[in-house]
Design a protein around this ligand. Sequence first.
Ligand code: ADP
Ligand code: MG
Length: 393
Amino acid sequence: MEKKTLRDIEVRGKRVFVRVDFNVPLDGEKITDDTRIRAALPTIQELRQKGARIILASHLGRPKGQVVPGLSLRPIAKRLEELLGGPVFFSEDSVGAGALANVMKLREGDVLLLENVRFHSGEEKNDRELAAEFAKLADLYVNDAFGAAHRAHATTEGIAHFLPGVAGLLMERELSVMGAALAHPERPFAAIIGGAKVSDKIAVIENLLAKVDRLLIGGGMANTFLAAQGYALGKSLVESDRIQVARELIDQARTMGKELLLPVDLVLATAFAPDAPARIGEIDDVKADEMALDIGPKTSQLYAKAVITAKTVIWNGPMGVFEMERFAAGTNAVAQAMAEVQGTTIIGGGDSVAAVEKAGLAERMTHISTGGGASLEFLEGKTLPGVAALQSR
Ligand code: ADP
Ligand code: MG
């Protein structure tokens, strides 16, 4: 990796400001999914073992610069104590004299969690003064919040202008696994792109098309590609202002000699509802009152084969409205195929990750990205500001 990581620095006795992504789903004070907290454990444990004085910072939800008691990180400190099997101190303010006093009490290996950094309006504005205030608390900066790395905020970017910054272990893994797949993939290299809209994913399709051997398109966005080929899609979600782009991408794939796979059959329903009567139809057989809510079984089979015979596969975006059981088969078929790949499999995108977890196949993937928006921007080939600000080797 081009950036320095936790492995490259000496931390004993140092005050280390660690930006983590503890933006977990809450039901009142109850954490309904602690995946993100667990994902930060390797970095925290490494720092403890090495005798750092650890200051953890995160955002939670969207308090918009106000103190919102329901978005306090206190419940997360409790959960973190259970996971670490040791005390986690809590600082009610994340900057200023109170925060500094709490930091100064830390001994080697101690862990302090700061209150929600977005309680300060300067956080999301990447305010220079606020970043300097955060920096005053520490000697070193570690960014382990891959899920927030596509945002230039005071604790994800600004602070790195005042303290030497390196990547944490989670950040390192995200960047190295996805970076290696994009830079020197074992071939055949396939990408599966789905989800609701083409407009969300044009940049990722363009970037990946240049690198992959096969591109599989599914989900709502496939409709726009089919419309570009002249098919009538009834009431399906079609972005008419993106048909031209879809046509250009199809041409581009042909010119570059890439395999571009589009659905050959669809699951069609007359309403967007879990119990809507559904049937399977060919792409040239969509009635005016029908909408495509999943790829059909023939397409699932074709896609599964294209995935299983690949050595590197990246997936972003479900193949259908997988939240409804009736329209989840295509997404599940792709998830199953990915689990059988003899090679590298990477999933990015919040809904795709949820689908794989729901199918019980998460353990069988090489890498499941913890960053929805961040992984999408990374796959688009963009530089993430939270990464750019870290020290290079
Ligand atoms: P990710 O979070 O993995 O990047 P997206 O957010 O782009 O994925 O897309 C996920 C959403 O796309 C899901 O809510 C799903 O219901 C929707 N979707 C998939 N296929 C269709 C379709 N054929 N019609 C309408 N919505 C769809
Ligand atoms: Mg999504």
